[in-house]
Write a new protein. Structure first.
Ligand code: ZN
Length: 381
């Protein structure tokens, strides 16, 4: 283990150089050129580390990179994953270039998650420096995470790619305080639409069927499905309806965000929502409901606890703070891993704060610590 730690210490300058290079290529989710440039740069770096790399090209989305170390043996691969796109629009870099100041590193995407990519690359280099051959390593880096694979087929490809692995480490943004994400809620978006009858609010009030009134009753029923204790929440986040103050509204629409810890829960909630849609409070109104999108939860499954324990012990051995497990409400691509039965840990990238804003920063030392932690943990598996 000592040798991989020394390797990281000896390559600090080079690591910072790569971090700067990656941050200095703008790669917002709609900047296909920038994402493709990063993918190709990483392809070259990883091919030199004895990886076979496939670049998946998409017409309207940034490229994805799938790589595997050359390996002879029967062990299943360890997967290292993350994304190359950022939430930032072109031009963000000019106002907020890569800089290091008082132990903090700034720039768009610096921790979400270009720092994580550097840690991934140098963990691999460190392992290669000691001729690590125990298990194959698989890399999945994608270019449209921040937009939920809206314009690629990755939501179909990813489960297939994760399936063959034994464990997944996602180099997403690390949290200050050393929380490691072992569980992420799933998220589904539903649209509820109510059709009533329009009428003049003064002359024909009784002929009208108020779609807003009907949806108001239903919104209360929907919110009441929330069960904080079991981790299920329903949030009616957008309501639209009506055309003018003096018209009984003909139409109303609500957008509902559902979060859940176990994928079976979604079926249950879907049935409850359909029941609410089918119940009529105001005679003469009609209601439709449909699910617009689903992101599966990253679940604690067989192997998650052991994987976390290995990481926790390794962290203590390295003299780093003790990691603890955390559940969060937001999704990540690690959910595609647990979906196919491969345990995952997430949030292993550079620790910092304020991702998705121009105040985003990472702790400089954390880059080296997280690289060591990743490489040393892999060594123990
Ligand atoms: Zn991210």
């Amino acid at each position: 283990m000592k040798n991989i730690l020394n390797f990281v210490d000896a390559n600090r300058e080079e690591m910072l150089e790569l971090w700067k290079t990656l941050v200095s290529i703008e790669s917002g989710s709609y900047n296909k050129k920038g994402i493709d440039t990063i993918a190709n740069k990483l392809k070259n770096i990883l091919e030199a580390e004895n990886f076979t790399i496939d670049i998946l090209d998409f017409e309207n989305a940034g490229a994805a990179l799938i790589g595997k170390s050359k390996y002879e043996g029967n062990e299943k691969p360890i997967c290292l994953t993350g994304h190359m796109d950022t939430v930032f629009k072109d031009g963000a870099l000019e106002k907020n270039p890569f800089i290091i100041k008082e132990g903090k590193v700034y720039g768009p995407g610096v921790i979400d998650m270009k720092g994580g990519i550097v840690a991934l690359v140098y963990a691999i280099k460190a392992l290669n420096s000691i001729n690590y051959k125990k298990r194959p390593i698989k890399i999945i880096l994608i270019g449209d995470e921040e937009v939920g694979h809206a314009n690629s087929n990755l939501s179909k490809v990813l489960p297939e790619e994760f399936k063959e692995c034994c464990a997944t480490f996602n180099l997403e943004t690390g949290r200050i305080g050393n929380a490691i994400v072992t569980q992420r809620k799933g998220c589904a978006s539903f649209i509820l639409e109510v059709y009533g009858t329009a009428a003049h609010a003064g002359n024909d009030y009784e002929k009208g069927r108020n779609a807003i009134l009907e949806i108001a009753h239903k919104i209360i029923d929907i919110q009441n499905l929330t069960n904080i204790k079991e981790g299920t929440t329903l949030n009616v986040g957008i309501v639209n309806g009506g055309t003018a103050g003096n018209v009984v509204p003909e139409y109303a629409k609500a957008t509902i965000d559902v979060r859940f810890l176990k994928k079976d829960k979604l079926q249950e909630i879907t049935e409850e929502l359909e029941k609410i849609a089918n119940k009529t409070y105001l005679e003469g109104t009609k209601t439709k409901i449909f699910c617009e999108s689903i992101m599966h939860p990253m679940e604690v499954i067989a192997g998650t606890k052991e994987l976390f324990e290995t990481l926790r012990k390794t962290s203590l051995e390295l003299g780093l703070d003790e990691p603890y497990e955390k559940t969060v409400g937001g999704g990540s691509d690690a959910s595609y891993s647990t979906m196919v039965g491969v345990p995952a840990l997430c949030g292993l990238g550079v620790q910092g704060k304020y991702q998705h804003t121009d105040k985003e920063y990472g702790n400089l030392e954390s880059l080296f610590e997280r690289t060591k932690l990743l490489a040393a943990t892999i060594l123990k598996l």
